[in-house]
Write a protein that binds this ligand. Structure first.
Ligand SMILES: Nc1nc2c(ncn2[C@@H]2O[C@H](COP(=O)(O)OP(=O)(O)OP(=O)(O)O)[C@@H](O)[C@H]2O)c(=O)[nH]1
Ligand SMILES: [Mg+2]
Length: 142
């Protein structure tokens, strides 16, 4: 099922994480993709309280058009972004670091140094502390 809502997680009063729909899948009808693309683009342009963007990408298929589009919206708006290469548990350490280096290079040439990237897995918890630190800094939670 395609998630057709923004889901707000209240970390603390006045501090939220917003889960955006990943509209870029082939299974999502073209019309719906266009709707959500326009909505999210507008959201990035208008929502003044945004502090940063976390993009969650499958480490086996990074930097899809959708990912680049989202990163572009954030960077155009002057927001920092951080990419998670998730499902790292599906790859060995060698392949993980190989992908990390390649994506790092690609992100830097496309977006400069306002976009960070790290290896991540919600399964093994690899990289969770690092990701948490990024969000803690953006939201001034510490
Ligand atoms: N092996 C592994 N599976 C994962 C990991 N993270 C998520 N998954 C699995 O991947 C599937 C999709 O995870 P979601 O977190 O719902 O991904 P999503 O991108 O939010 O999906 P949509 O909201 O439907 O676009 C689920 O079956 C998760 O259990 C991970 O780090 N490792
Ligand atoms: Mg989701």
């Amino acid at each position: 099922m395609f998630q057709q809502q923004l889901v707000f997680f209240e970390v603390r009063p006045d501090r939220h994480l917003v889960d955006l729909p990943g509209y870029g899948y082939a299974k999502v009808p073209q019309e719906l993709q266009a709707h959500w693309q326009a909505f999210i683009q507008d959201y990035f342009q208008r929502r003044e309280s945004l502090k940063g963007l976390v993009v969650v990408m499958d480490i086996r298929h990074p930097l899809k058009d959708y990912d680049r589009q989202m990163l572009g919206y954030a960077v155009q708006r002057g927001l920092p972004a951080h990419a998670l290469l998730t499902k790292a548990d599906k790859l060995g350490r060698g392949q993980q670091s190989q992908t990390l280096q390649a994506v790092k290079k690609e992100l830097f040439s496309a977006f400069g140094d306002s976009v960070g990237v790290q290896v991540f897995s919600s399964e093994s918890k690899q990289g969770v502390d690092q990701a948490r630190q990024v969000v803690t800094d953006w939201l001034e939670l510490a």
